[in-house]
Design a protein around this ligand. Structure first.
Ligand code: ZN
Ligand code: ZN
Length: 140
């Protein structure tokens, strides 16, 4: 099982991924994280679909204009439905997520899959609670 939350670009492996794209090939769901510079390499229909969704998206915390996808959502529930973050919220959210998942990846080998999901969910809930408070403070 791959470590959670690396969210590095699947193509170059260097940049932090901006987009979590899913496509169905012959009935098999494929999921890829791509950074901004590698995004044009995605299948045109998948890319267009993603960009159209991004255009219309709103931030799940503050309702601002969506700029990037929320990577943890795809890990928890699959990626049928994407959730988005605005730039301001993503700057608060993504480093926090990285921190929690970094600590988590250190012990991942010792945990059962069910425990891994429980821990991931707990981390997601904590960050969610933090973001709700943070948004209120930011907007006041
Ligand atoms: Zn890349
Ligand atoms: Zn926001």
């Amino acid at each position: 099982m791959e470590p959670f939350g690396q969210a590095l670009c699947a193509n170059c492996g260097k940049e932090t991924a901006k987009a979590h794209l899913t496509s169905i090939h012959h009935g098999i769901k494929e999921s890829r994280f791509l950074c901004e510079s590698c995004l044009p390499l995605a299948d045109p229909p998948v890319l267009q679909d993603f960009l159209a969704k991004l255009q219309k998206s709103i931030c799940r915390f503050c309702g601002g204009k969506g700029m990037t996808t929320d990577p943890i959502h795809g890990m928890l529930v699959g990626n049928e439905e994407m959730r988005f973050l605005c730039l301001s919220c993503s700057r608060e959210y993504l480093p926090l997520l990285g921190e929690r998942l970094g600590a988590f990846n250190a012990e991942i080998g010792e945990l059962s899959q069910a425990d891994q999901m429980n821990k991931l969910r707990a981390a997601a809930n904590d960050i969610e609670a933090h973001m709700k408070k943070w948004v209120i403070q930011r907007d006041n």
